[in-house]
Design a protein around this ligand. Structure first.
Ligand code: ATP
Ligand code: MG
Length: 424
């Protein structure tokens, strides 16, 4: 026997019945996006590697060690499986001059790829929903994208996801803070771990993000970026906070929230749960006013977030939220294959009227087919048996409701009685 081939480590098949949860989640997301006026964008999964190196920043976890990068053997192009969605959306917005007539509100749903150590809530192919609002500078849009997440948690029936906020200011403000930060960490060099030592001069802000418990005291005592912000940045942050307050959205200002990508400015935020262990961030985002220019476009502001679908679904499963199971309304039983030319058009007419009909395939006795009908979860069996057919009818037999009566319905005009199969 040939050797079995297995999926790539950290990349998962999503199978029924679990896929029903995914479809239900995606339906919920699409309905939400419609209510907020966000339009769907579908970018390629592969992009030129320089897009991410330039867009995310060279000294980031993603670019340093997580990208699936390869050389296209056909032409030598340097390509990367997208590790996140923002850079590709911005590239497309520039390439297609999407902002020429004003701002755009966009969303995507799809796979992302990062070469990380697989564990619960951390995979090598995972999926994100993301929004990107391009061309809008005000904190009103910051509030909008944040409140969309709250609405999503509500629509999904999720409690216990809390909001953390920070303001990263503008590049000049970060430079001033950075000098103070480097001086602080240099004065405590002996307490820094190897990664922090390495980042001390390349990306000291990221040291604040450390999960190393031994470094907590020195990180707690570090100078706060907030104290280096100018009036405009503070006013932006204050404007956002006032809108969130007015909308009744609680949050914690986390001075150490810096996010992984270089492209952020002003507002950054994360939605966090305590119920997923170390992988507790379900959604993260922020403002990236310099990114469009960095990628070669005419300067334009932007803000967005990315949400990890696997983590949200894990949370939903834990809280016992189950989408309605995808069961058919009716299961068609055709004991004699000779009756198929009669049964097929009846099932088609019922489906055209909105009835979910699962038709038995593969033959077998009446008894065996009834067993399948039972297992399918259908409320009705449609029996195309010899005696029913002889009378020009099909037997309609209730499978769940013992009190309901069995009936025979005409083959000729199924749309006339389709509605009774939809009753619950
Ligand atoms: P983390 O700190 O957990 O590594 P991150 O800051 O790298 O997250 P982002 O780049 O902000 O994550 O991506 C947004 C969201 O995508 C995360 O909040 C998380 O829910 C999800 N996510 C990120 N990486 C993975 C992964 N490898 N597997 C599953 N979900 C992921
Ligand atoms: Mg990460």
């Amino acid at each position: 026997m040939p050797e079995q081939i297995q999926a790539v480590k950290g990349m998962n098949d999503i199978l029924p019945p679990d896929s029903a949860r995914w479809e239900w989640f995606e339906d919920t997301v699409r309905a939400l996006m419609r209510r907020y006026g966000y339009l769907n964008i579908r970018n390629p999964i592969v992009e030129p590697t320089p897009l991410f190196v330039r867009g995310l920043g060279e000294v980031t976890d993603i670019v340093e060690k997580e990208m699936y990068s390869f050389v296209d053997g056909m032409n030598g192009d340097a390509l990367t499986l997208r590790p996140e969605g923002t850079a590709g959306v911005v590239r497309a917005a520039i390439e297609h001059s999407m902002l020429y007539d004003g701002g755009k509100r966009l969303y995507y749903i799809g796979p992302m790829f990062r070469h990380e150590r697989p564990q619960r809530g951390r995979y090598r192919q995972f999926h994100q929903v993301g929004v990107e609002a391009l061309g809008h500078a005000g904190p009103d849009v910051d509030a909008e994208v944040i409140l969309m997440c709250r609405a999503l948690w509500r629509d999904l029936g999720l409690a216990d996801v809390r909001l953390e906020l920070n303001c990263l200011g503008q590049p000049a403000e970060r430079r001033a803070h950075r000098a103070a930060l480097v001086a602080h960490f240099e004065a405590h060099r002996e307490t820094l771990d190897a990664e922090a030592q390495r980042r001390l001069h390349s990306n000291p802000l990221r040291i604040l993000d450390t999960k190393n418990p031994a470094m907590q005291p020195v990180v707690e005592a570090a100078p706060r970026l907030m104290d280096y912000l100018g009036e405009a940045s503070l006013a932006h942050f204050d404007g956002l906070r006032r809108m969130l307050d007015a909308a009744g959205q609680a949050y914690r200002v986390n001075h150490r929230l810096v996010r992984g990508m270089d492209y952020y400015s002003l507002t950054v935020f994360e939605w966090i749960t305590d119920r997923l262990g170390a992988q507790g961030t379900v959604c993260g985002g922020g403002r990236y006013d310099g990114l469009v220019e960095l990628i070669g476009g005419k300067p334009a502001p932007g803000i967005g977030w990315g949400l990890g679908i696997e983590r949200v679904l894990d949370l939903l499963q834990q809280s016992g939220t189950a989408p309605p199971p995808p069961v058919p309304d009716a299961y068609a039983i055709v004991p004699d294959a000779a009756a198929l030319p009669v049964a097929v058009p009846v099932c088609e007419a019922l489906r055209a009227s909105g009835v979910a009909v699962l038709m038995h395939a593969g033959g077998g006795s009446m008894k065996a087919q009834f067993r399948r009908a039972d297992a399918s979860g259908a409320r009705w069996a449609l029996v195309f048996g010899a005696s029913e057919l002889a009378a020009g009818g099909v037997g309609v037999k209730p499978l769940r409701d013992v009190a309901a009566a069995q009936a025979t319905r005409p083959l000729a005009d199924a749309s006339a009685w389709a509605a009774e199969l939809l009753k619950r």
